[in-house]
Design a protein. Structure first.
Lengths: 121, 111
């Protein structure tokens, strides 16, 4: 079964750090371009960033609001994606989903269940 | 902030046809394919339409997508109660620092 399972969410103070993980199974993780998408409470979806497969360079791209504060990485030996979040702001409060494209080109057809991050003093 | 504009809400009675619009620009919809996602309350988004008008396996043919220029639309024919959800259009964007952009979202209510 194709599956993505996020973990690591929680409550953190403004200015703090948190690392999210996303465990993948059921597909060839090392070949996948992985993305993070977030959704603030009651708001819409926002793409956070992505990491390409190592075969395609392993480079990362980030949305403007998180660039310089968030870092996406991957451990293909563990089939796991990471999101390191530093200098957190209250506006980073959201459910964070990891996602990837499998059989549908340029679209996200595999999603995790999400993990909640709350930034509050 | 979303760069794809959708109406905040749409509604219909069971069996009716509902259409949701999505307006973008030359850097996103105008030059890339459009995807649509359905998000039921309290759940992760689900891919509904990809490449403008393709349905993933398992998506009923009541859902259809189209694109023209810098706009796209999603149609739900034969509306059912289980279609009550939020719907988002999305596309890759070629402008600097934009990458993947989602629409503002449309809440569909089945009356």
């Amino acid at each position: 079964e194709v599956q993505l399972v996020e973990s690591g969410g929680g409550l953190v103070k403004p200015g703090g750090s948190l690392r999210l993980s996303c465990a993948a199974s059921g597909f060839t993780f090392s070949n996948a371009w992985m993305s993070w998408v977030r959704q603030a409470p009651g708001k819409g979806l926002e793409w956070v960033g992505r990491i390409k497969s190592k075969t395609d360079g392993g480079t990362t791209d980030y949305a403007a609001p998180v660039k310089g504060r968030f870092t996406i990485s991957r451990d293909d030996s563990k089939n796991t994606l990471y999101l390191q979040m530093n200098s957190l702001k209250t506006e980073d409060t959201a459910v964070y989903y990891c996602t990837t494209e499998s059989g549908s080109p340029d679209a996200f057809d595999i999603w995790g269940q999400g993990t909640m991050v709350t930034v509050s003093s | 902030q979303s760069v794809l504009t959708q109406p905040p809400s749409a509604s219909g009675t069971p069996g009716q046809r509902v259409t949701i619009s999505c307006s973008g620009s030359s850097s996103n919809i105008g030059s890339n394919t459009v995807n649509w996602y359905q998000q039921l309350p309290g759940t992760a988004p689900k891919l509904l339409i990809y490449s403008n008008n393709q349905r993933p396996s398992g998506v009923p043919d009541r859902f259809s997508g189209s694109k023209s220029g810098t706009s796209a639309s999603l149609a739900i024919s034969g509306l059912q109660s289980e279609d009550e959800a939020d719907y988002y259009c999305a596309a890759w964007d070629d402008s600097l620092n934009a990458f993947y952009v989602f629409g503002t979202g449309t809440k569909v209510t089945v009356l």
